[in-house]
Write a protein of this length. Sequence first.
Length: 390
Amino acid sequence: MGLFDFFKKKPVKQVEVEILYPSNWENGMPPVKVVAVEILQPTPGEAIDIELPKADTTETETETETETETETEAETEDAGEKLDTGLQKTKKTWSERWNAFMANFRSVDEDFFDDLEETLIGADVGAQTALQLTDELRDEVKLQNAKSKQEISEVIIDKLVDLYRSQGVNEDASMHFAPEGPTVILLVGVNGVGKTTTIGKLSAYYKRAGKKVVLAAADTFRAGATEQLVAWGERNDIPVVTGSSKADPASVVFDGVKTAIDTQADILFVDTAGRLQNNVNLMQELSKMKRIITRELPNEPQEVLLTLDATTGQNAVQQAKLFKDSTDVTGIVLTKLDGTAKGGIVLPIRNELHLPVKWVGLGEKVTDIQPFEANDFAKSLFGSLLTESK
């Protein structure tokens, strides 16, 4: 008898198979439960067929849907709280400046309005906007016949709130998307303002909303820019189109558009190089990108979002003016609003440039970005002052 014949004749024991299914942790026990036990008699040299029972996942799916809905509701509810938290430094500065201004109140005369203008400039609303506001407030105080300190305070703050809100009446702060095919969204701005991080946050935002997103790393000159965008893509599980180091950015945009079309993506985000506003070559490069996009997607809307760092104050306003003169900016993303006391620049951006602020960045987390709402912004910024004055 050969060795193999010996093993073939050896009796084979029956096998007891427990079929397990995941469940929730209960009483400290692992999240697994037995849903079936089957006794099998193996035959040497043959595979064993095990028929798995169909587990009822209705409850699990319902629970998951409920959790998702709860998370969405929580995000909506947290939007106002995030804005309040993000504006803490700006609100503190406004409050301190305002209280110092009103502490010196003696009478409503020209010195009073001169001091008011200086206070507004110090709150980063800009000289042009401060002058305009002071003139309107002068008329409003006379119209209301306000004389006492409390009356003056209420009139001026109410007027400021109205001005912040009214700037958005004829303003299109919405994002425009193609009914079919991909919409291209370019992020432009100088280096260091947070363009790549903003793309990471926005791409995650729209993916959560059910959009299919592709990223294009067209900032091929800044060291580490492509790697940074790729990291965001991996983090959000979103594909990233890249080129070689120092490659023509327009070629990356072309590949990105083709990829977005071929994969039937809804949105293509394009990360661009930090533009030096006086560098003609870089501005021509941006124009070249836009021509390629228009050639491939002639009937689709494009968004060109200018990313501005709120911590730079009036410098951000100057950047916005120069970029507006150089390219067709459709809206503003105001980043790092939580890290500055200069949130007042929202008003001159909208008042002097007539550019809508479409998004505000309020922190480091991927969810710390939200659409800009003028009413909510005014309420958050001046809410405590309104309460104190009444």
